[in-house]
Design a protein around this ligand. Structure first.
Ligand code: CP3
Length: 348
């Protein structure tokens, strides 16, 4: 495999010395880019995910256009429930839908363990092709949803405001909830191990809905499964990033789950988080994604503020606090990457 030409991202994950703060952007391959929309116009989202040539093409777009320091394989967290046997629809304007959600023991019995070498072979093929096409320019990140976030989609069947169905399940039938979470965790472990074997340089676990749980419930229904997954990874030196959105007071516990890096949303104070857990983990984040609606001068001032808040030394990977929004001007995303590279020199 080609030698990495830019390993800033991996070095920062390991808190090794870097020349500048690395940056990548969650959802960097997405609809804000006209080049993405051109590919997407010719095929639906799931077909794109299942066609390795298209995955490689859109995964490389932000590297060419923005110059980010890492690529993230283009896919979706919901390919796991699909590989476990659920029918997934991606509806234009509505988002993902599972027409037959998991609500009881019978539904659970129909779930199977995802076999990455069969059910998710298209992702593994896409990782191999993308690594080849990247040719060592930047590291490639593989990802998965956290079991809790996957459970919310599998039980709700679609996006939700109050998460009533998944809350009914965990409070009325915690035993069944744990059985499903366990089964998801096993599939996620096998999936991430297959991606690592196929060549990804780091993995990120997205717990987008961790923040809807009370702190004790987060421990019970989310954190223990994230911890189990990380312990089950067969990795050499590939860092693990955990992005749990809206999880504030359990950061110290989260920092002990085995992750090398914690991803922070924009409501957190990166300076305070560094004081609390910066001796254990590197930090990723955490500019408010809507800052990119501002002028470039404004974006620059907020970049400076975030860099200053983290302070001197390695262990910071710049990112947004959640995914980039589809109506952001790509010029502003290009400027963001440039500002981070320029303004961060003095911190290293
Ligand atoms: O970061 C990257 O560039 C890699 C690609 C990526 C996508 N989804 C592509 C995508 C990643 C890492 C994800 C993760 C994901 N998917 C999460 C966790 C992160 C987060 O944003 O909270 C979640 C919750 C999902 C589920 C999902 N997929 C939703 C809710 C939606 C619809 C909402 C939306 O943003 O459109 C998707 C579809 C989706 N996944 C799109 C993309 C680029 C848009 C599809 C399109 O092109 O029409």
């Amino acid at each position: 495999m080609a030698q990495l030409q830019n390993d800033r991202f991996l070095r920062a994950c390991r808190k090794q010395k870097v020349d500048r703060t690395p940056i990548w952007i969650m959802r960097q391959a997405g609809r804000y880019l006209p080049e993405y929309r051109a590919v997407r116009a010719k095929s639906d989202f799931l077909t794109m995910c299942k066609t390795p040539e298209l995955v490689a093409e859109v995964t490389l777009q932000p590297i060419d256009i923005l110059g980010t320091d890492a690529a993230i394989i283009f896919s979706d967290i919901l390919v796991i429930p699909e590989a476990m046997g659920m029918f997934l629809e991606m509806n234009e304007g509505v988002g993902p839908v599972f027409p037959k959600p998991i609500r009881n023991e019978n539904d659970f019995n129909e779930l199977k363990d995802a076999d990455p070498s069969k059910d998710l072979k298209y992702v593994i093929d896409a990782v191999e092709l993308t690594k080849k096409e990247l040719n060592g320019r930047v590291p490639l990140i593989g990802f998965s949803g956290a079991p809790w976030t996957l459970l919310t989609y599998m039980v709700e069947g679609k996006g939700s405001k109050n998460f009533s169905e998944v809350k009914k399940l965990i409070y009325n039938n915690p035993k069944l909830a744990h059985k499903i979470l366990d089964k998801i965790s096993d599939s996620v472990i096998n999936y991430l191990n297959a991606k690592i074997e196929a060549g990804v340089d780091a993995v990120q676990i997205f717990d987008t809905w961790g923040g809807i749980l009370s702190q004790d419930d987060f421990d019970e229904f989310s954190l223990q499964y994230i911890t189990k997954i990380i312990a089950g990874l067969k990795r050499k030196d590939q860092p693990v990033i955990v992005f749990a959105k809206g999880v504030h007071s359990k950061l110290r516990r989260l920092a002990k789950c085995g992750a090398d890096v914690l991803g922070l949303d924009w409501t957190m104070d990166i300076n305070k988080v560094r004081e609390r857990v910066g001796d254990r983990v590197a930090l990723q984040g955490n500019l408010d994604p809507t800052i990119l609606y501002g002028t470039q001068d404004f974006i620059k001032s907020r970049v400076k503020k975030t860099l200053e808040a983290y302070g001197k030394g390695s262990g910071h990977i710049f990112n947004l606090g959640h995914g980039i929004l589809p109506d952001v001007n790509p010029e502003n995303a290009i400027a963001l990457v440039k500002f981070v590279h320029e303004e961060s020199k003095k911190y290293h």
